[in-house]
Design a binder for this molecule. Sequence first.
Ligand code: TRP
Length: 334
Amino acid sequence: MSHTSSIVMSGIRPTGFLHLGNYFGALRNYVRMQEEYTCYFMVADLHSLTTHPDTAALKGHVHRVLAENIACGLDPEKVALYCQSHVPETTELYLYLNMLAYKGELEKTTTFKDKARLQPDNINAGLLTYPVLQAADILLHRALLVPVGKDQEQHLEMARNFAQRFNHRYGEVFPEPRAFNYGEELVKVPSLDGTGKMSKSENQLATLYLADDDDLIRKKVMKAKTDQGPAEPNTPMPDYISNLFLLMRLVSAEDVVAHFETAYNGCSIRYGDMKKQLAEDMIRFIAPVREKAEAIRTDHAYLQQVMELGAEKARASARETMRLAREVMGLRYY
Ligand code: TRP
């Protein structure tokens, strides 16, 4: 199965706005991977139905997520950038894999238990089989490399199990996919309030979105927690201060970072100045992406082209896999 050794596949949830953590944690790697691998990047609109059955906002979210990904450097010519629902082969494979997935293992999946707790009145079968649909997304392209964070490790392990069961029962079709992130630790982008990392669900004012306007960026950065500054030279930094430096290293010039480090170690740092500088460098980083994304998001003709091209590429790969799958399964009667 050597032709599959360089296939990358990942899914992006269409839940609105991308933030700086998404960019440095995931997207930046996708942009690098598109130069080196055959990549399938998919907007997981069907998955979103397991938790958001109301589809009124879906179209807007799909457009936004496509636009933001392209604005960050994903090239629809180089990768297959597509919507899950545009590739019906996904749901066919999902059905076959469902027969190989056990109720017990699905029920003890961490994400299922978490979501069931959050929506006790809608513990639907789709929610239970969410990892099966995700396995179908990946196996559909016989992808080996899946760039995802730690929270998806259990889903990947399940995908490997489903692949193995299928191969053993019917015949070798699927390689066993694994997490892939260029070896290094994933970059974690700290939130501005000094607690944890930037995320959609937690403190909105502590997360910088790629859609934030300049004033909002300034406001958020200036609100970041600081203190009086160190009283003695070379005092270890508290978390909320080292986080500011971490953010600064992502967007500011090296000599700017060095200047504030020296000031910190010499006890002459003025955090107000540091945050002003950080805010301006953030704006220099985010503003062009925001403007580009906005232009793409509102160009519906272009987005349609992107989705059609992506679906075409994804379906070509899916068709071939499903032909093989049906063949080994014996679903052929003439
Ligand atoms: N479950 C993933 C998440 O929550 C999204 C996803 C859907 C995905 N299908 C996938 C990720 C296939 C990797 C591969 O982020």
